[in-house]
Design a protein around this ligand. Structure first.
Ligand SMILES: *Cc1c(COP(=O)(O)O)cnc(C)c1O
Length: 475
């Protein structure tokens, strides 16, 4: 009996050419093209045969269908495979986590001006390495160097792919074969396997650790100095805090020691801040201009952390050192692309007028949002949800704790607001998954068995997308 059903079902499979002639499939062919369609069709028929052989219940129900119904079934499968296929790759998501610089969600959102600039230099050509003055070959650093030096007070600057590359390239150029002295309290690991000891050794230097985890003193550095010392390295402990019985050598003292012993002082600042964060009620973070003013020879920092720009690493400092770094053959390997240069130019231009920075740079703007601003936002989203979904979705505005993220401001919890969602018949877990798998994925957190949408990181333009998605979910 089962054998008969299997044979019948196998015989009824629509032949490929017949499927291909079906009007719906012809339409698909025009949109996705023949190679992909043939691939998917072969796969769908293969999987269908496989299932007939292994799933007798399925075979039984399929053996009752005629050719036309089978064709319809297979075409539905093809369509869902195509939408799966389209659902991969890098795409926009809505960040409802309240973590402003979420490393897994692409860190800093860019200001509008930066996006316009990226568009302009990509739709046609640009003077990326062309000097419009002389008509000769130019340097990609030339576009941003004057801006960075103006903003930071440094003699010279260059940009690379990210801050990890900036640290690596700087050490490789200035301390290869030499010793790099660093405090045991500053042996930082950033997510994604960036570890200071590993970066130092892979850049060809020998790490000399001094002090202890909680205390490092002037004399620890002084005693470790030798004729092989190339760099005194200070690393910003950007993603953790050591508190209690602690001591650290001040930047001034380190610079003093470097001068006295004729050794370079370099600082990996991590999140490079150009804006004094205390002005928006956040704890003090050293700004790049302050670090340069204190006499540090070379400073490196990220573009997409507290700066609020694109993924780049910026190296600023003494001209003689930067000139040397620019000539390192490895500089070519870690150079940054025209889109990042375009975006960074736009972001730095905003910083020229610091009064506009918080308004125009989304990351700073999100960090600055007050409880009242957030409540208004949450109420607006709540209103839109209610208007579209009625009581099919229960909402409540709740207090939450947001974070800066990106390994910045580790001990700062920002008071935030979220919409807590409940949909009858769905667990928090199931709802979280449906939101994550939506056409425009919505990434939210679960707290106390509810899905939370923290409004700090949601753009107002995304509210309608959220209501539409939830409408799709409640059906
Ligand atoms: C984030 C960070 C880095 C790495 O920067 P990327 O731009 O992510 O490569 C290096 N050092 C410190 C101290 C950091 O905080």
């Amino acid at each position: 009996m089962e054998k008969d059903q299997l044979h019948k079902a196998l015989r009824t499979i629509t032949p490929m050419n017949e499927i291909l002639e079906h009007a719906e499939v012809v339409a698909l062919l025009h949109t996705i093209g023949k190679p992909l369609l043939m691939d998917i069709l072969t796969q769908v028929i293969g999987e269908y045969r496989q299932q007939l052989h292994t799933d007798s219940l399925f075979t039984e129900s399929m053996s009752l269908l005629d050719r036309q119904k089978i064709t319809t079934y297979l075409i539905e499968k093809i369509k869902s495979k195509i939408s799966e296929e389209k659902n991969t790759g890098l795409k926009k998501v809505i960040n409802a986590t309240g973590i402003v610089l979420h490393t897994n969600l692409g860190r800093a959102p860019l200001p509008y001006e930066a996006i316009v600039q990226i568009h302009k230099v990509n739709e046609g050509y640009s003077n990326l390495e062309f000097d419009l003055e002389s008509g000769h070959r130019g340097s990609r650093h030339a576009h941003i160097e004057p801006l960075i030096t103006r903003l930071t007070g440094a003699e010279s600057a260059m940009v690379v792919n990210n801050n990890a590359a900036a640290v690596f390239l700087s050490l490789n150029t200035l301390a290869n074969q030499g010793e790099v002295i660093v405090s045991r309290g500053q042996l930082v690991e950033i997510g994604g396997s960036f570890r200071i000891p590993d970066i130092i050794s892979s850049s060809g230097c020998t790490m000399i650790e001094v002090g202890t985890t909680n205390k490092t003193k002037d004399k620890d550095y002084a005693q470790a100095l030798s004729e092989n010392t190339a760099v005194l390295l200070k690393v910003h402990t950007s993603n953790y805090k050591i508190s209690g019985f602690t001591a650290e050598v001040s930047r001034q003292d380190l610079v003093g020691l470097g001068r006295e012993k004729d050794v370079l002082v370099m600082e990996d600042l991590g999140s490079g801040c150009l804006y004094d964060l205390t002005q928006i009620g956040l704890p003090y973070e050293p700004t790049v201009q302050e670090v340069i003013a204190s006499g540090v020879d070379l400073v490196t920092f990220s573009g997409d952390k507290l700066l609020g720009g694109p993924q780049v690493g910026v190296i600023v400092g003494k001209k003689a050192l930067i000139d040397k770094i620019k000539k390192n053959p490895l500089a070519r390997i870690v150079r940054c692309d025209k889109s990042s240069i375009a975006a960074l130019t736009a972001v730095l231009t905003i910083y020229l007028n610091p009064e506009k920075a918080v308004e125009q740079i989304p990351a700073l703007n999100m960090l600055d949002l007050s409880q009242e601003d957030l409540l208004l936002r949450a109420q607006e989203l709540d209103r839109q949800l209610l208007a579209v979904l009625g009581d099919r979705c229960q909402t409540e505005i709740v207090d939450v704790e947001d974070e800066a993220g990106g390994g910045s401001l580790p001990d700062v919890l920002l008071k935030g607001k979220a919409i807590s969602l409940t949909i009858e018949g769905l667990s928090a877990n199931e709802l979280q998954i449906l939101l994550r798998k939506a056409t425009t994925p919505i990434i939210g957190r679960i707290h106390k068995d509810k899905v939370l949408l923290n409004v700090r990181t949601i753009l107002a333009t995304e509210f309608p997308v959220i209501t539409q998605t939830l409408q799709g979910i409640v059906g």
